[in-house]
Design a protein around this ligand. Structure first.
Ligand SMILES: Nc1ncnc2c1ncn2[C@@H]1O[C@H](COP(=O)(O)OP(=O)(O)OP(=O)(O)O)[C@@H](O)[C@H]1O
Length: 251
């Protein structure tokens, strides 16, 4: 598929949609993805929820082209520039922060600096990864993705290992970066509220297919969308005052 990063301007997403048609992925006899269809528009932010083991990471790896060893069939059309962010930052410990960001890119020092500034790490270019907090390391991972100007950003629980406050800050950062750069985004998360806070559209994966879809727009309140998503996830209503989806603890 042709890529159009050079044409990207302003707040519109550019390029062609991401298309998945009839995607099946097998582990042994078992179809973890089972004829899955999915389309993401350029510049659209989609979150993917699903019970543990429902195949979210398998789908993300298929989109990233990281599942060459897994049996399956189906069509996957993605832009050439795809970046992936994982739960752990996966920085090279023997490379300084800036070198991690521009790894494998020629003549990208200035762009690397800019990306680090965008994620709030100006001045930390020469730090070693182990001198950074977990949240800062994830910022570096975001900068490393951004500097490649992805047309599709795949994120697998990118904030799952962070404390709640840092996670909230990272939500603000990710959404701001998204608004500025407008890649299409597929964010895998366990957190219904994170999905609602960040995405334009939230999907629920179940038995290897998209089982539910909710759009976040002015027509419906976040509370309504949340209830629908919890229902689709097979979770009952959460008592008022508990917004994290966990049951009340006794005592
Ligand atoms: N390499 C593998 N070999 C065999 N089975 C696998 C392999 N990778 C994943 N699976 C199985 O495929 C299913 C889907 O896994 P996947 O990691 O995609 O789920 P997930 O929705 O991302 O789960 P979680 O939310 O717990 O991260 C699981 O039942 C898992 O055990």
């Amino acid at each position: 598929m042709a890529t159009h990063a050079g044409e990207l301007s302003g707040k519109e997403g550019a390029g062609e949609p991401i298309r998945v048609k009839g995607l099946t992925r097998l582990y042994g006899e078992r179809a973890v993805l089972d004829g899955l269809d999915l389309e993401i528009a350029p510049g659209e932010f989609v979150a993917l929820l699903g019970q543990s083991g429902s195949g979210k990471s398998t789908l993300l790896r298929a989109l990233a082209g990281l599942d060459g060893d897994v049996a399956g069939t189906g069509l996957v059309e993605v832009p050439e520039q795809v970046s992936v962010v994982f739960q752990d930052a996966r920085l090279l410990p023997w490379q300084r922060v800036l070198d991690n960001v521009i790894l494998g890119l020629d003549g990208a020092v200035e762009r690397g600096r800019q990306s680090l500034a965008e994620v709030g790490l100006a001045g930390r270019e020469r730090a070693w990864p182990n001198e950074l907090s977990g949240g800062e390391q994830q910022r570096v991972a975001l900068a490393r993705s951004l500097v490649r100007e992805p047309r599709l950003l795949l994120a697998d629980e990118p904030f799952g290992a962070l404390d709640a406050l840092t996670r909230l800050k990272m939500h603000g950062l990710l959404r701001r970066l998204f608004e500025e750069h407008r890649p299409a985004v597929l964010l895998v998360t366990h957190d219904v509220d994170e999905a609602i806070a960040l995405a334009d559209r939230v999907l629920v994966l179940d038995h290897g297919r998209i089982a539910a879809e909710q759009r976040l727009d002015a027509a419906r309140s976040a509370t309504e969308v949340r209830s629908e998503l919890l229902r689709a996830l097979g979770v009952g209503e959460v008592p008022a005052g508990r917004r994290d989806g966990r049951p009340h603890r006794d005592g």
